[in-house]
Design a protein around this ligand. Structure first.
Ligand code: NAD
Length: 415
């Protein structure tokens, strides 16, 4: 799958959904293409005195429902087709969550890891100068993504504000707290996923107290997910893994201990009171809930028949292949698809925009309650649609999201 052009993949998903919804050809055609995109060249003075020219992109896939929203990636392998695909997926994710936003994405081809802080700052500011006319709080609001950080968001917001001649905190999200960031952003993705797991468990009649959980990918999203599953619901986390391998303990893995161990040794393997387990074995464990939180394409046609979990909650993007999806559906495994399960991040980003406009900041409890409400409503819209059409949860999520975008385009008179 890593070889597959992501935009071709995104288009195939739209095509499949267009068939289910019986979309008119011209409506389908609009959805297969970005509404607008900007390609920029960015000359940047490097620390050694030379000037390097970087290529950057910003794509607004569809803004029928509101300003575009989506991160900016700094990556050496960035391509316009990756940005287009990610912008399309943002369009569906925002629509699914009922956010009054469209989908966008940006990127710069660069090796951020090999650049100094000053070079990164000059590149970030150059990007904003180049896309200034294209973005804005009521037009297109970027955010962090791979290799972009709150510090980079602060420079970008500052550059935009300087050009505008006034503070424009709402031009970008994922900012540091003291510059208009939102509380509750750091664990928002995992927390949002927990709310969907809770609703799924209710539907399946699964008691979450002492329900067993395996987490593949003990990183940002995975660590918060394990901690929250334990603290919110009393689940028992029996296995966790990272790129080096996994650890299992049927009696439950102490979360504080394993986090400290990972911090000290960079991995979870050989954590005290656990046995080693491979990443492949972890996926096939007989657990109540499996949380993929690492890479794409880990559940395939090969291992899908062996998945024993009752719920697969996809915190990572694209962990399940389309063939595996059908197998899991036939076997009664309840999949909470990625762009529903991991939508907590963009939802709290939207809350950040709202707070910036309001100039009034919420406390953590308010953020959690509002996130819960959005995720719960979105979960049930997907689940109801899945039952209504007799389709799997992923296809149902597409149906809900695409329907909403089409409705907005029709009401605006675009199609
Ligand atoms: P991260 O880099 O913090 O964590 C990834 C974890 O996966 C690391 O522990 C790494 O060791 C592990 N890993 C890497 N290769 C592995 C392998 N082959 N087998 C098992 N584990 C492996 O990244 P993250 O921010 O936690 O993101 C994880 C996934 O969640 C990605 O797909 C990302 O797109 C998605 N996601 C994250 C967020 C967020 O807010 N962090 C939001 C939406 C989606």
């Amino acid at each position: 799958m890593s070889m597959q052009n992501p935009f071709e993949m995104a288009r195939k998903q739209i095509d499949a959904c267009a068939k289910i919804l019986n979309l008119e050809p011209h409506v389908h055609e609009v959805l297969r293409n970005p509404m607008s995109e900007l390609h920029v060249s960015l000359p940047v003075r490097m620390d050694d005195g030379s000037t390097k020219v970087f290529q950057g992109f910003r794509v607004q896939y569809n803004d029928a429902r509101g300003p575009a929203k989506g991160g900016i990636r700094f990556h050496p392998d960035e391509t316009i087709d990756t940005v287009r695909a990610l912008a399309a997926w943002m369009t569906w994710k925002c629509a699914l969550l009922g956010l009054p936003l469209g989908g966008g994405k940006g990127g710069i081809i660069c090796n951020a890891k090999g650049m100094s802080k000053n070079e990164l700052e000059r590149l970030s500011r150059a990007y904003v100068r180049a896309v200034y006319q294209f973005v804005g709080p009521d037009k297109d609001v970027p955010a962090p993504d791979v290799y972009t950080t709150p510090a980079i968001m602060a420079w970008m917001m500052d550059e935009y504000s300087k050009i505008a001649g006034r503070n424009q905190f709402g031009v970008i999200t994922g900012k540091p707290l003291c510059l208009g960031g939102s509380v509750g952003r750091s664990d928002a993705t995992a927390r949002g996923g927990m709310y969907t797991i809770r609703e799924a468990a209710k539907e399946l009649g699964l008691n979450l107290k002492n329900a067993t959980v395996a987490v593949q990918g003990f990183g940002n999203a995975g660590i918060y997910a394990a901690q929250l599953a334990e603290s919110l619901f009393g689940c028992k986390i029996i296995a966790v893994s990272d790129s080096k391998g996994g650890a299992i303990c049927e009696e439950g893995i102490n979360q504080e201990g394993v986090c400290q161990f990972k911090q000290d040794t960079t991995s979870v393997i050989n954590c005290p009171n656990t046995r080693s387990i491979s990443n492949e074995e972890l996926l096939e464990l007989d657990v109540d809930i499996l949380i993929p939180a690492a890479l794409e394409n880990v559940i395939t046609a090969e291992n899908a028949p062996k998945i024993k979990a009752k719920i697969v909650a996809e915190l990572s993007n694209g962990p399940t292949s389309p063939e595996a999806d059908d197998i899991l559906y036939d076997n009664g495994v309840h999949v909470i698809p990625d762009f529903l399960c991991n939508a907590g991040g963009v939802t709290v980003s939207y809350f950040e925009m709202v707070q910036n406009m309001y100039m009034y900041y919420w406390d953590e409890k308010t953020v959690h309650e509002r996130l819960d409400s959005k995720m719960t409503i979105a979960y049930h819209s997907v689940s109801d649609t899945s039952k209504k059409y007799g389709i799997n949860m992923r296809k149902a999520a597409y149906v809900v999201a695409v329907n909403r975008v089409v409705e907005a385009m029709k009401l605006r008179g675009w199609v």
